[in-house]
Design a protein around this ligand. Structure first.
Ligand code: ZN
Ligand code: ZN
Length: 144
């Protein structure tokens, strides 16, 4: 495996390190209220990976997990509170927040849960009302 395909990330304090390998399955922005309330930011820039592509390489004992629903297991560093990733077991995908892995070139393809937005972004990308059909959503698009 070449180094070029591996990217390192870390939490705010550096106690926890993550490695992602290969290419994300999808990248974009989530506007849902859960992401907003948990992150304290208006949108979540996500990168979705196959679980096998994501490894906690340092400080696994410092990783906390909270799940309000079984669909999203949100993980953070218990020392600094820095957010790391969300496991989506139903989709068999892991969202590693784009901000956590800065060397991965962020190429957003879509916005999801735009019906809940508090920050309209006029970037010309498709605005899914909820999530795409192949992920169990309506696939319906909204105006920017
Ligand atoms: Zn930390
Ligand atoms: Zn969300």
């Amino acid at each position: 495996m070449s180094d070029a395909m591996t990217h390192k990330g870390k939490c705010f304090c550096g106690s926890v390190e993550i490695t992602v390998t290969g290419e994300p399955v999808a990248m974009g922005y989530c506007h849902c209220s859960s992401c907003r309330e948990w992150s304290a930011g208006p949108v979540n820039a996500f990168t979705l990976w196959a679980p096998a592509s994501v490894k906690i390489t340092k400080g696994a004992g410092n990783v906390g997990v909270y799940h309000r629903t079984d669909r999203s297991l949100r993980k953070w560093c218990k020392k600094c509170g820095g957010h790391l990733l969300t496991d989506h077991p139903g989709w068999k995908l892991v969202d590693v927040y784009a901000a956590v892995i800065p060397s991965v070139k962020f190429k957003p393809a879509l916005h999801v849960n735009y019906q809940e937005t508090v920050l309209r972004i006029k970037d010309g990308l498709p605005k899914q009302k909820d999530v795409p059909k192949e992920m169990g959503g309506s696939g319906e698009l909204l105006p920017e």
